[in-house]
Write a protein that binds this ligand. Structure first.
Ligand code: SAM
Length: 292
């Protein structure tokens, strides 16, 4: 899950990303237009560079190293085993987009599905291969971008993504069309992303993250750059309305938008997600759509 999206990076976030920033020579944030190829290049390099620290921080919560994986949708801790957003998965072919180290796909395999995990970053996928080498279900992993899915039309029963790909691509409408293409009729597509309203706040889990600083309507992507101005990270904002329109324009039917409450049992912070903020407004939006 993205734990950045800082209009101004806070010190915790900067520390959490120190390794990737040093490897990539990131000098700071920028705002400006960025197309699909440049976004994909930046994010492939970013997630390769950040894979170690991401897992040091989050592998435990995500169940990356539990033998059967886990399917956690968001920092609020919603688990597919409780939520059943995907419905019955037994025997179903499932595409997971932006699978990272694939704990969700491995959990789906253990639940009787036939998942394929796709991700742009070899560093993230390699962490999944290492986890599978220690035991548990093995799932096929594919390195590719979410805007050009290397699969035949109508080849999956279900598609899912837990903060994978969708917030990072320049053309998320194209991702919706690609998913609609590879899904069979009757198939379901469920994806979680940063709740669009989070865009307007500083990426800070504390009091500073309660103050609106950026326009909700400003779709200019958040970018980080190196000393030459080459993007090293990119994240693209869509409003709730944008997301609904992109789903509908792809020929899909929107079934639900889930905005998870912050659970009472959870006192863990995840980047900009915190009990303080979660009590007041949502951090995650989960879109449930179907191809009818
Ligand atoms: C926040 S991580 C989430 C990973 C995993 N779903 C999880 O819950 O840990 C975002 C993932 O999206 C992947 N990603 C970013 N841009 C992508 C793109 N254009 N196509 C496919 N995957 C992408 C990253 O490599 C990274 O593994």
């Amino acid at each position: 899950m993205a734990d950045t999206l800082p209009a101004v990076p806070d010190s915790d976030s900067a520390d959490r990303h120190a390794q990737a920033n040093a490897l990539l020579g990131t000098t700071g944030p920028a705002r400006g237009k960025l197309g699909s190829a440049d976004s994909e290049r930046a994010n492939r390099r970013w997630w390769d560079a950040d894979a170690d620290q991401y897992h040091q921080t989050h592998a435990d919560f995500l169940g990356v190293d539990s033998p059967g994986g886990e399917f956690v949708w968001c920092p609020e801790g919603l688990h597919e085993g409780d939520m059943h957003f995907l419905g019955d998965v037994v025997g179903k072919r499932v595409l997971e987009i932006g699978c990272g180290s694939a704990p969700c796909s491995r959990w789906l395999a253990g639940a009787g599905a036939h998942p394929v995990g796709l991700d742009i970053s070899m560093g993230m996928l390699a962490r999944g291969v290492a986890a599978m080498d220690r035991g548990g279900p093995r799932v096929p992993l594919v390195q590719a971008g979410a805007e050009a899915l290397p699969f035949a039309d109508e080849s999956f029963d279900l598609a899912c993504s837990a903060f994978g790909g969708v917030p990072f691509v320049a053309d998320s409408a194209l991702v919706m069309r690609e998913v609609a293409r590879v899904l069979k009729p009757g198939g379901r597509w469920v994806f979680s992303v940063n709740h669009p309203m989070r865009w307007i706040f500083l990426d800070d889990p504390g009091e500073a993250g309660l103050v609106a600083t950026v326009s909700y309507f400003d779709r200019t992507p958040y970018i980080e750059v190196d000393a030459d101005g080459t993007p090293t990270y990119a994240e693209h904002h869509r409003t709730i309305g944008d997301r609904v329109r992109e789903i509908v324009a792809a020929g899909l039917t929107l079934v639900d938008i889930v905005e998870p409450d912050w659970p009472e049992w959870l006192d863990r912070e995840w980047g900009q997600w915190s009990p303080l903020r979660g009590e007041i407004f949502p951090g995650t939006a989960i879109f449930v759509a179907e191809k009818r």
